[in-house]
Structure formats: structure tokens, C-alpha cells
Design a protein around this ligand. Structure first.
Ligand code: HEM
Length: 408
């Protein structure tokens, strides 16, 4: 049985097995001890969970509290020198990803209607139009272009702005501040400054919507007297950040992965009806939202280990999604695989609220991109693509691409 894992410099982030694979230290642990004791940089002890069954069981068990604002802001364990957390952190109003039932249930319920499969089906054609317009614009550029800047970031940003009723002209504010919040090695002061700037902006926006509601999700919430302005701000912050950063990174890293697996790309081009399964497989294979934190509110048995009350528990979705006990040949990207059951959207009460939206965006995004740019390729050697190992959501900082035939 493996020893306690020490992480004096934080969790392993180096992509030593390849840009699309989890760090080797995480997968090695999964084979030895899928629930491993861990010593954080500040010296306090916790657990690291890497096995598929254990991660699923943990995320389904609300005795593992989500009340740690590190869920979004990634504090304090990735900020060296921060003290050990000995009790659940105070709640940030509206930030229901970092709440437990019943507070979590009350807020999530107010949004489930807005993100159902049916609602997202209704939006499909419109999202398809947004994708096509963005591809038209990209085609007007002389290659090479940065796919992140021209496609992967604008598409989900435009979609979430429109759904929430956030003016897209203000994207500089939310894109730059969201990015600051997600830089791991950022001082607490800088993160808080970005967080304050974004929430100040959103407070003005929701206050306007409360006075003059329009036809969008934030207006619908603003009409609800049961929600305080601070709660509206927290919800808006969560939806805006989660709504554009994650999908943008899936589109860019997913395109990179397909370009680096030409046989998979060819299969997908030959059979576009594989797209829904391919999207699930890319989600599984890439796990862009990887690390999540929980807090044990009592002693809990997990995979033969006893997690003591008060422990901080780190969940590595990337390692779980590559568990050979759950997926055959897990390190192979296979667009024919039925990858449903992957944990990339989490599991349990916090399972991603926006997953149907993300699926619609990715199907339209990958489908449109491959159809319109049949000769798409990397414009730099793969080793020169800058990976987001420094960010809380993984992906690429930029993806220079080129094409030889004019886009149709
Ligand atoms: C929660 C991943 C897209 C909104 C989550 C969780 C994961 C995740 C793993 C669980 C967090 C936890 O258990 O602590 C992803 C990935 C996405 C994506 C990989 C894209 C490919 C979106 C989009 C939205 C969104 C487009 C927009 C609405 C949320 C919200 C939560 C959440 C609000 C919190 C749910 C709750 O606490 O009940 N997401 N997400 N996500 N996601 Fe996503």
C-alpha cells in the first residue's frame, strides 16, 4: 500500500504523460491506493481520491460537504501559506456550487427549468447559427489564426451572455476577470480584486434587471422576490464563469486532441453521426474541469479507508475517467466508444447544471468546425502549444491553426 502523498508545491499539474493525459502521479496513485492520505502544502492532512468508484460514491454522498469557496476560487490550498481549514467555510450568497442541501437545493431548483434537455433542444438551432456566424468570421481571416480567440472562447461566451442577458460588449470585463480568478498561482489579493471587479459589475447588472426585467434568465431570477440582490450576483457569477470557461476549453483542447489523432478525426469526418458519442469521449478523455474539493462532515468509510471528520478531500476527475476498472483501454481516445458514465460533469446533487447546454454547444461547435474547415491543421508543432497547466480549468492558452482550402 502506498505511503501518504506529500504535495509541498501543490497537486501535480505537469502533463508528463502527454497534453491530453492526467499527470502520472495521479494515475499511479489510483492503481496503488485510489483513496490516498495526503499532506497539503501547509502541513495539514487530507485525502486524494482518484478511483472511479470511489469518486462516484463520494460525489453522491452529501456528508462530503461542498462548503468550501475554493470550489470556484480555489482557495486556500493552492495558495501556499494559507491556514488549514477546520470547519466548513462561510457561504458566499448565491454561490450554490459551494453549498450543501437544503441551501443548495433551494437555489438550484430556481434554475433547473432554464437548463432542461427540452429547453436546450429548443435552443439548438439558435446555437447552430451562433457557431456558423463565428465560423464565417474566422474564415474571413487569412490563416493562421488562434482558434481560442476566434472560435472556442467567443461561441460559449456569446451563448451564455445571451441566455443570461449579459451584454456581450462587456466581455472584456468578465473574460479577463474570470481568467484572473482561475490562475492558480495568483496572490489572494489579485484574485479578490478580480472577484470584486466582476461581482461589482454583476451587482449593477442585476439591480438594473430587477428594476426593468427583460427576457433572459437573470431577469427571470430578478423577478423572484425570494432572491436577494447578493444572491442574484452569486448566481450570475457562477453561471457566467462556469458557462464560458469550461466549454471554451473543451472546444479548443478537443480540437487539438482530434488534430493529434488523425484516424479519430477521419472517422468523425466520415461519420458525423458519431458526434454525440465523440463529444462524450472527448469529455471523458480530457476532463478539463479536473480537481474538486469536499469536506468530511463526519467519519466516512470510502474504499476501505476511514476519512476522518474535518478532512479536506480532493477529487481528481481526470484519474477517475481513466480508471481501467471502468473503461476498457482507458488512455485511448476512441470516438466509437460509448463513454457515458464518465464523471466530467461531476455526479450527485452538484452534477453540472449546464451539461445539456455544453453538449449542444460542443456538438454544434465541433460539427461546424470540421465541416467548414476540411483541411484544418495545427500551424505550429504540437509541442509548442501552450497548455493551461497554470489554470484551474485545463485546456490551451492558444491554438494556432491553419487551412489550405478556402472554407465552404
Ligand atoms: C457544476 C463541469 C459547462 C454551470 C459542474 C461540475 C462539474 C462541471 C465537474 C460539478 C462541480 C462539483 O461537484 O463541485 C463542466 C464541464 C463543462 C461545463 C466540463 C463544459 C464542457 C457548464 C456550462 C454551464 C455550467 C455551460 C452554464 C450554465 C454549472 C453550474 C454548476 C456546475 C451552475 C454547479 C451545479 C451545482 O452545484 O448544483 N460543472 N461544466 N457548466 N456547472 Fe458545469
Amino acid at each position: 500500500m502506498s505511503e501518504t502523498v506529500r504535495i509541498p508545491h501543490g497537486l501535480p499539474t505537469e502533463r508528463d504523460a502527454g497534453p491530453f493525459d492526467p499527470p502520472r502521479d495521479l494515475t499511479r496513485l489510483r492503481e496503488g491506493r485510489p483513496v490516498s492520505p495526503l499532506v497539503f502544502p501547509d502541513g495539514h492532512e487530507g485525502w486524494l481520491v482518484t478511483g472511479y468508484d470511489a469518486v462516484r460514491q463520494l460525489m453522491a454522498d452529501t456528508r462530503f460537504s461542498s462548503r468550501q469557496d475554493i470550489g470556484v476560487l480555489h482557495l486556500p490550498y493552492e495558495t501556499p501559506g494559507m491556514p488549514a481549514m477546520t470547519e466548513p467555510s462561510p457561504q458566499v450568497p448565491g454561490l450554490f456550487v459551494a453549498m450543501d442541501p437544503p441551501d443548495h437545493t433551494r437555489l438550484r431548483r430556481k434554475l433547473t427549468g432554464a437548463f432542461t434537455v427540452r429547453r436546450m433542444k429548443q435552443l439548438e438551432a439558435h446555437i447552430g447559427d451562433i457557431v456558423e456566424r463565428q465560423l464565417d468570421e474566422m474564415a474571413r481571416h487569412a490563416p493562421p489564426v488562434d482558434l481560442v480567440k476566434e472560435f472556442a472562447l467567443p461561441v460559449p461566451s456569446l451563448v451564455i451572455c445571451e441566455l443570461l442577458g449579459v451584454p456581450y460588449e462587456d466581455r472584456e470585463t468578465f473574460q479577463a476577470n474570470s481568467a484572473q480568478i482561475l490562475v492558480k498561482d495568483q496572490s489572494l489579493d489579485e484574485k479578490m480584486a478580480a472577484y470584486d471587479a466582476l461581482t461589482t459589475y454583476l451587482a449593477q447588472l442585476v439591480t438594473r434587471k430587477r428594476a426593468e426585467p427583460g427576457e433572459d434568465i437573470l431577469s427571470d431570477l430578478a423577478r423572484d422576490d425570494d432572491l436577494a440582490v447578493e444572491e442574484l450576483v452569486g448566481i450570475a457569477f457562477l453561471l457566467l464563469l462556469a458557462g464560458h470557461e469550461t466549454t471554451a476549453n473543451m472546444l479548443a483542447l478537443g480540437t487539438f486532441a482530434l488534430l493529434e489523432h488523425p484516424e479519430q478525426l477521419a472517422a468523425l469526418r466520415a461519420e458525423p453521426e458519431l458526434l454525440p458519442d465523440a463529444v462524450e469521449e472527448l469529455l471523458r478523455h480530457l476532463s478539463v474541469a479536473d480537481i474538486f474539493y469536499r469536506y468530511a462532515t463526519e467519519d466516512i468509510e470510502l474504499a476501505g479507508e476511514t476519512i476522518g471528520r474535518g478532512s479536506t478531500v480532493v477529487v481528481a476527475l481526470s484519474a477517475a475517467n481513466r480508471d481501467p476498472r471502468r473503461f476498457d483501454d482507458p488512455d485511448t481516445l476512441d470516438v466509437h466508444r460509448r463513454a457515458r458514465g464518465h464523471l466530467s460533469f461531476g455526479h450527485g446533487v452538484h452534477q453540472c447544471l449546464g451539461q445539456q447546454l455544453a453538449r449542444v454547444e460542443m456538438r454544434a461547435g465541433f460539427g461546424g468546425l470540421l465541416r467548414r474547415f476540411p483541411t484544418l491543421e495545427l500551424a505550429v508543432p504540437a509541442g509548442e502549444v501552450k497548455l493551461r497547466t497554470d489554470m484551474s480549468i485545463y485546456g490551451v492558452h492558444a491554438l494556432p491553426v491553419t487551412w489550405t482550402e478556402p472554407a465552404r
